[in-house]
Design a protein around this ligand. Sequence first.
Ligand code: NI
Length: 264
Amino acid sequence: MSTSGPGPVENSEDIRLQLRSWPDVESYLKRCKGIIVPLGSTEQHGPTGAIGTDALTADAVALEVGRRSGVLVTPPQAFGMAEHHLGFAGTVSLQPSTLLAVMRDVVLSLATHGFERIFVINGHGGNIATTKAAFAEAYGEARRRQLPVAGQLQCKLANWFMAGPVFQEARKLYGDREGHHATPSEIALTLHLEPSLESLQRPLPDAAPAGPIHGPDDFRRRHPDGRMGSDPSLARAEHGATFLELAATALCKDLEQFLSHQNP
Ligand code: NI
């Protein structure tokens, strides 16, 4: 198998699976066995953040990583595990068991065609445990189905918002006001991607601090406006451009390592 991505492309259209034909994908697989899957969520992001924040950001980072590496990018999985946000209008959640089944089947479909390295770029903390469980199920099922790639199949979860340089930049710009949900860093990236979202922005009072959450009603009680310790009014579109650059650089490096890693 190839040991790195095919190399940078001029236009992101070239790496979008949605815009390729099946013969394109078949010939791509002769050069590279890796693919990127953006994973987001459709959930409240405080009183001034877009419902689609986690899906918009994951997709943007994935397309930039794809453009730089030449690795194909699937359509984003825009619904995630957001059960605890269901107390707020507009949230659309998959139960953990549903998301697990979706991600397992996405991996298995790709593995059936010969993809051996599935790199999931995630924008939502609530997806992490379930996605890792989905990988475990996919490995087992690939083996049971005796897929030719079963012995080579590897999946990796890359959370763009947890990449070291992104985290450090958020701390530098916002300190403790970065918070834990509806963070200025993720809102800044959406402002960079969708300038119309500037119209939602306004100064906000201090948010309730992060704490344990036990279901949607408890979340709404503890965090009445949906934020957890964050001040998204600090977000600026130009910060968002920096976050995209930092995230894409860090995740490209992770992806190259992931693609070159051989099973013993
Ligand atoms: Ni988010």
